[in-house]
Design a protein around this ligand. Structure first.
Ligand SMILES: C[S@@+](CC[C@H](N)C(=O)[O-])C[C@H]1O[C@@H](n2cnc3c(N)ncnc32)[C@H](O)[C@@H]1O
Length: 242
C-alpha cells in the first residue's frame, strides 16, 4: 500500500507511471491505493457508496472495495467500460458524466480521476459530480491542468503551440496519431479557474486542494497564482456538499 505524504510516496508514484502503458494493472494498483488513501482523509469509506465517474473498466474497484466502500462506475466509452481486468468488475453504467444517470444525492463520495481535462464543458461536469452526492458527502476530482508539463498528455509540450501542430508532430515521430486530440478529447483547464469555480459555488465548500502527486510540503504551490499553473502538474480538489 502506498502511504505517507513525503518524497518516498511521490517517488513510488513516479516509478509506477513508467508502467502505465506496458503494465497498466501495476500502474493503476499504485494510483488506486494512493487515491483511496487520499480520499479516506476526508471521508469514512466503510460502507460508503462511491461513484467513480470516468472510471474506465474500474481500475479503482479493488482499492475502494478493500477500504469497505460500495463502488460503481459511470464511463462514457463502451470499449473502456468493457475492458474487464482481473479483480475489476464493478457495477457500471455507460453514460456521459456531464449528464449523470443517477439520483441526486445518492452517493456519499463522487470520485473522478483524470477525466475533467477530457470533457468539453468542465463546469457542467463538476456540477454533475456535486449533484450526485448527499449533503455532507464529498467530491474528489483530480485532473492534469493545461500548463502542466503533462498538459498536452503525449503531445506535451507542443500542445502549447496548437493542437493540430502538436498532433502532426506526434504522428511524424511515432507513425500513429495521438490518442488525445486537443479540442476533441483533451481541453485546456486551469488551476486558478477551477479553484475560483469551487469558491464561488454556493452548494459546496472547498475543503482541500493540492498538487496530487507531490509531497505534502509542496502544497502551498496551489496558492501562488501563475506558478501553480506551471508547477502543480495534477490538481486534486475535495469539495463537501452543503
Ligand atoms: C485518462 S482516462 C482516466 C481513467 C482513470 N479514471 C484514471 O484515473 O486513470 C479518462 C477516462 O474518462 C472517460 N471519460 C471521458 N469523458 C467522459 C465523460 N464525459 N463521462 C464519463 N467518462 C468520460 C474516458 O473514456 C476514459 O475512460
Amino acid at each position: 500500500m502506498t502511504s505517507g505524504d513525503g518524497l518516498g510516496r511521490s517517488l513510488r508514484l513516479a516509478r509506477a507511471f513508467r508502467y502505465e502503458q506496458s503494465e497498466p494493472e501495476r500502474f493503476y494498483r499504485a494510483l488506486a491505493e494512493d487515491s483511496v488513501t487520499q480520499v479516506s482523509h476526508h471521508a469514512d469509506l466503510a460502507g460508503a457508496w462511491v461513484l467513480d465517474v470516468g472510471g474506465g473498466p474500474g481500475w479503482f474497484h479493488a482499492a475502494f472495495t478493500l477500504a469497505g466502500a460500495r463502488y460503481c462506475v459511470v464511463e462514457r466509452d463502451r470499449r473502456e467500460a468493457a475492458d474487464r481486468r482481473p479483480g475489476a468488475n464493478p457495477p457500471t453504467v455507460v453514460a456521459d458524466g456531464s449528464a449523470l444517470p443517477v439520483r441526486h444525492g445518492a452517493f456519499d463520495v463522487c470520485f473522478s480521476s483524470n477525466v475533467l481535462e477530457h470533457v468539453p464543458r468542465p463546469w457542467r461536469f463538476l456540477d454533475e459530480l456535486v449533484s450526485a452526492v448527499r449533503g455532507g458527502g464529498i467530491v474528489f476530482c483530480a485532473f492534469t491542468n493545461w500548463l502542466s508539463p503533462w498538459g498536452g498528455h503525449e503531445t506535451s509540450p507542443w500542445h502549447l503551440l496548437g493542437g493540430e501542430r502538436a498532433a502532426r508532430r506526434y504522428e511524424q515521430r511515432y507513425g500513429r496519431p495521438p490518442k488525445n486530440r486537443i479540442g476533441r478529447s483533451l481541453f485546456p483547464v486551469h488551476v486558478g479557474e477551477v479553484l475560483r469555480w469551487a469558491q464561488a459555488n454556493p452548494t459546496v465548500d472547498l475543503v482541500d486542494a493540492w498538487p496530487r502527486y507531490y509531497p505534502k510540503w509542496c502544497r502551498r504551490v496551489v496558492s501562488v497564482p501563475g506558478l501553480r499553473e506551471l508547477a502543480t502538474w495534477n490538481l486534486a480538489i475535495v469539495l463537501r456538499r452543503r
